[in-house]
Design a binder for this molecule. Structure first.
Ligand SMILES: *[C@@H]1O[C@H](CO)[C@@H](O)[C@H](O)[C@H]1NC(C)=O
Ligand SMILES: *[C@@H]1O[C@H](CO)[C@@H](O)[C@H](O)[C@H]1NC(C)=O
Length: 387
């Protein structure tokens, strides 16, 4: 039997920030952050969730609909929640998230801006949008609302989501598809928008982490649970196709035993084999369920992440240590200051985030995503039929 300690997307859903033994303090970078609760004070920008746009009748580009978790969220989590429980979920709206805002090489920005993304700048959705020829990622549902849909589509993905429900009320994958279905049936997403549509489904392992922690005994039959999770993904993909989406990109699982949440115990020195075996099983079953459909592409994040963390692409000085380190979660603070360490502090002589593959305990940096998406771009273009 496998002893599985799978991935950690939101380890801190259940608790307030805790103080770390190595705790160090840095000058607060975000004037909006303290005192708790934080306020949002970012100006609107292309990488914030966009307000409802003016319809463009003659738009004939792709529409993109995005589902899943933190790999794909472009601003669906609340930025003004008031409970401590929600604090870890609000972190993508606060520095140090967005530290490289506006810097395509992923280096430190002089105008940092947290945009609701789990990265120092862009996430996977932004790169897929570029591949499809969009100027920017489609607006987040949180801001756009239910009345209308931008021509470029909509992002429903929310950090912490998965196939199974989450304690903090983050909508599951199928609940996100329910919302999409309602917008299709109300006409807010017109049939014309679906005629040239591509969906991205990013389910990156939250289910395994949460069940492992909350119900260790229920985890006895790991393969049965993996079958349930993959079946849930497959069901949502089928529903999207039935609702009229033309092509669906579905991420497989990266080697989640190499995520910093899993390598932390070994001082970020080595991957956790059990987690990686679990990911392999997940990917094998996912491929069996989805691999033969002409209108579905399983995006091989596993191969791309593996090549990078194993060093075979020759990229990144730091491939297992995250740029942002914390006992609880990146971005955690208390009344006295920061409870995390971040590699973006030049005065400490640390290399910048562009030298790190991982940004936080789970999610790649902007430079990390650029390197991953470079590897899968060709297959996505061929599948969708763009040059
Ligand atoms: C948070 O923002 C939403 C709209 O985005 C608003 O409806 C709600 O009242 C706000 N809550 C607080 C506590 O400010
Ligand atoms: C998988 O799903 C089935 C049907 O919903 C359920 O009975 C079973 O307990 C689930 N197994 C695991 C390990 O979660």
């Amino acid at each position: 039997m496998m002893v599985v300690t799978l991935v950690l997307l939101l380890a801190t859903l259940t608790g307030a920030p805790v103080e770390g033994q190595w705790r160090r303090r840095f000058p607060p970078l975000d004037p909006c952050r303290l005192p708790y609760p934080p306020r949002r004070c970012s100006d609107p920008s292309p990488y914030l969730p966009r307000p409802p746009p003016t319809p463009v009748d003659n738009y004939d580009g792709y529409s993109m609909f995005v589902f899943g978790d933190s790999f794909a969220d472009t601003g669906n989590l609340p930025y003004n929640a008031t409970s401590l429980l929600a604090w870890s979920l609000m972190r993508p709206w606060h520095i140090p998230y967005g530290s490289s805002y506006g810097k395509d090489d992923g280096s430190v920005s002089s105008t940092p801006q947290a945009t609701g993304r789990f990265s120092n700048y862009k996430v996977q959705t932004d790169f897929v949008a570029t591949i499809l020829g969009l100027k920017m990622a489609p607006p987040a549902h949180q801001v756009q609302g239910d009345a209308s849909c931008d021509n470029t589509g909509m992002t429903f993905a929310m950090g912490g989501s998965g196939v199974y429900s989450v304690p903090a009320g983050v909508p599951t994958l199928s609940a996100q598809v329910d919302t999409f279905a309602q917008l299709v049936s109300s006409g807010a997403i017109p049939a014309a928008r679906l005629a040239k549509s591509v969906a991205l489904v990013a389910v990156s392992g939250t289910d395994y982490d949460r069940v492992g922690i909350a119900h260790p005994k229920a985890f006895g039959d790991v393969t049965a649970f993996i079958r349930n999770v993959t079946a849930g993904i497959s069901d949502s993909v089928d529903r999207l196709l039935k609702l009229g989406v033309k092509k669906v990109l579905v991420n497989n699982l990266p080697p989640i035993g190499c995520a910093p949440s899993q390598t932390k115990a070994a001082k970020y020195g080595a991957c956790d084999d059990a987690g990686n075996i679990g990911a392999d099983t997940h990917n094998k079953i996912l491929k069996q369920l989805l691999g033969d459909q002409d209108n579905v592409l399983v995006v091989d994040l596993h191969a791309a992440f593996s090549a990078i963390v194993q060093g075979s692409t020759g990229q990144f000085k730091h491939r297992l240590t995250p740029c942002c380190v914390a006992d609880s979660f990146c971005g955690a603070t208390d009344a006295n200051g920061d409870l995390y360490e971040v590699c973006t502090t030049p005065s400490l002589g640390l290399p910048g985030p562009e030298e790190y593959f991982y940004w936080d305990d789970m999610n790649p940096t902007q430079a990390g995503w650029a390197a991953v998406m470079e590897q899968v771009e060709g297959s996505i273009k061929q599948f969708v039929g763009v040059n």
